[in-house]
Design a protein around this ligand. Structure first.
Ligand code: SIN
Length: 519
């Protein structure tokens, strides 16, 4: 029912107490030294968390987590499966009775404690993210702030889960609407944001009174486990947040099959999302899916060149192109095409690639060899159909999974690179003539997550924003994600929204109460 998760894109004390001056770290910190510092702080957890207890796999199996920048083994982590998933579900089920009955204010203050601890340990969590995921340390620390913001936001929203009173149709009746937590949530999260994709799900779930079993990516479980340790320290009771990782198929199937799990929330590939949706049908669970994108980034002739360059670079090369909202196609109008493409190529040429702990690096390694091969194969397909490589186009001389930031011109919307999400640092440029043509190309895809437009015309920005079949539109802005706004897609990019007040609805049931004999 549920084949192996295709990972997509698919934590301690403060910096100073660790005695790790930032400058020194950036001058060649090894996996070993960072690991030993994290261990001494107690945030390098390697067991699963079930019912508040750090737990080994029942058969003692482990798997290795590697640093993608060096290939070093960071740690061996409990390799869990069906038994542990069932235990975690059972813990979450039992914890639900107590957690859901706490006052909203009580849940809120525990979430707030968790937020405070995440921020207090921003540096260490950032180091852990760089170590297991590869993104540059500054970006990783930025992710901790972003991830923590969901916990802060939902600590506040916990107190605003309002119901309704409906004017009655009969004089002796009173009609109410209550909002109640759905129950146990299974949250399956990706490697590209090892912290933020967890907090974006767990924050609203816990705020509503749900309990959760998280299955983090096997590439990046350490950040999830560190965050869970901080959740325990913050007073979130045992069993409310459980973490199991290892055999993705077995854990996924256990979550799908259990009638006790009332909701599945997933961020990852569209292919896996479809399987989860089908699997959830058997027990009629609520499902939220945040799946792949194919974001167009449209630069019109009337755009401010500097703004368009800054925004396109940011949306394309954030996390080395490994986000579902990264521009996957850069559409440039013919009047600005030469100027934009040449300035964009120059800027891309200068992006510094390297180990995320090295000062000045803005492009880390890709997550694994499969990601490199995917980028390579998409580029070869484009070249064979007439595209030209302007910058990059191959593995980086640093080896491992480092890839040269790439710009390809003369791309058409029929090429593989324009049809599928490349999920890497490759920017294909497509030339267009008219606004209608740009909209047609942009919407000619099954995906509908994020889109970007660059224009100085207010009328055009409204017109095009309304015409784009996308859940998120950035106008003269390349980085649009924030905890206060709804994140989610149209078409096959998913179901439901994360973040903002809308994100709460995904974890709530609506109950109508009709009271008679009230005259
Ligand atoms: C994702 O890539 O799944 C999330 C990106 C974001 O939150 O900005």
């Amino acid at each position: 029912m549920f084949t192996r998760i295709i990972h997509r894109a698919t934590k301690i004390h403060n910096h100073h107490s660790l005695n790790i001056p930032r400058r020194q770290m950036s001058m060649g910190t090894t996996t070993e030294t960072v690991v030993s510092r994290l261990k001494s702080c107690g945030l390098l957890q390697t067991k699963g968390l079930i019912g508040g207890k750090w737990t080994d796999a029942s058969d003692g199996r482990t798997f290795q987590v590697n640093n993608p920048a060096t290939g070093d083994v960071i740690a061996s982590v409990a390799c869990m499966g069906e038994k542990e998933a069932k235990d975690a579900i059972s813990s979450a089920y039992h914890a639900f009775g107590h957690w859901s009955k706490l006052t909203a204010a009580d849940r809120s203050s525990r979430l707030r404690n968790w937020y405070n601890l995440l921020i207090q340990h921003k540096e260490e969590l950032g180091q852990l993210i760089t170590l297991e995921q590869g993104k540059p340390l500054k970006e990783a620390i930025g992710e901790v702030g972003y991830g923590a913001s969901f916990i802060e936001f939902y600590a506040e929203e916990a107190k605003r889960v309002y119901g309704d009173v409906i004017p009655s149709t009969l004089p002796d009746r009173r009609l109410f609407v209550l909002k109640q937590p759905v129950g146990v949530v299974g949250a399956i999260t990706p490697w590209n944001f090892p912290l933020a994709m967890i907090t974006r799900k767990v924050g609203p779930a816990l705020a509503c009174g749900c309990t959760v079993v998280v299955k983090p990516s096997e590439f990046t479980p350490l950040t999830a486990l560190a965050a869970a340790e901080l959740a325990l320290q913050s007073g979130i009771p045992p069993g409310v947040l459980n973490v199991v990782m290892g055999d993705a198929t077995k854990i996924g199937n256990s979550l799908l099959e259990s009638p006790q799990v009332r909701k599945i929330t997933f961020t990852g590939s569209t292919a896996v999302g479809k399987k989860l949706m089908a699997g959830a049908a058997e027990t009629v669970k609520k499902v939220s899916l945040e799946l792949g994108g194919n974001a167009p980034c449209i630069v019109f002739d009337d755009a401010d060149l500097e703004v368009a360059l800054k925004g396109s670079l940011a949306t394309k090369f954030r996390n080395s192109g490994q986000t579902c909202v990264c521009a996957n196609r850069i559409l440039v109008q013919e009047g600005i095409y030469e100027k934009f493409t040449s300035a964009f190529s120059n800027a891309v040429q200068n992006l510094k690639v390297g180990d995320g702990f090295t000062e000045g690096v803005v492009q880390g390694p890709l997550i694994n060899e499969a990601a490199v091969q995917k980028a390579d194969s998409f580029i070869q397909d484009a070249i064979s159909k007439g595209a030209k490589v302007l910058v990059g186009g191959k593995r980086h001389s640093l080896g491992f999974t480092f890839y040269e930031p790439t710009v390809i011109s003369d791309v058409t919307n029929e090429m593989l690179i324009a049809r599928q999400e490349v999920f890497g640092p490759v920017a294909p440029v497509i030339k267009f003539k008219t606004e209608e043509e740009a909209i047609q190309i942009a919407n000619d895809t099954n995906a509908g997550l994020a889109a970007y437009i660059f224009t100085n015309s207010i009328q055009r920005s409204w017109r095009v924003s309304e015409a784009l079949e996308y859940g998120i539109v950035g106008v003269n802005e390349g980085v649009v994600s924030t905890e206060v706004a709804p994140f989610g897609g149209y078409k096959q990019s998913g179901l439901g929204r994360e973040g903002s007040k809308y994100g709460l609805d995904e974890y709530l049931e609506i109950k109508y109460v009709c009271m008679g004999n009230m005259g």
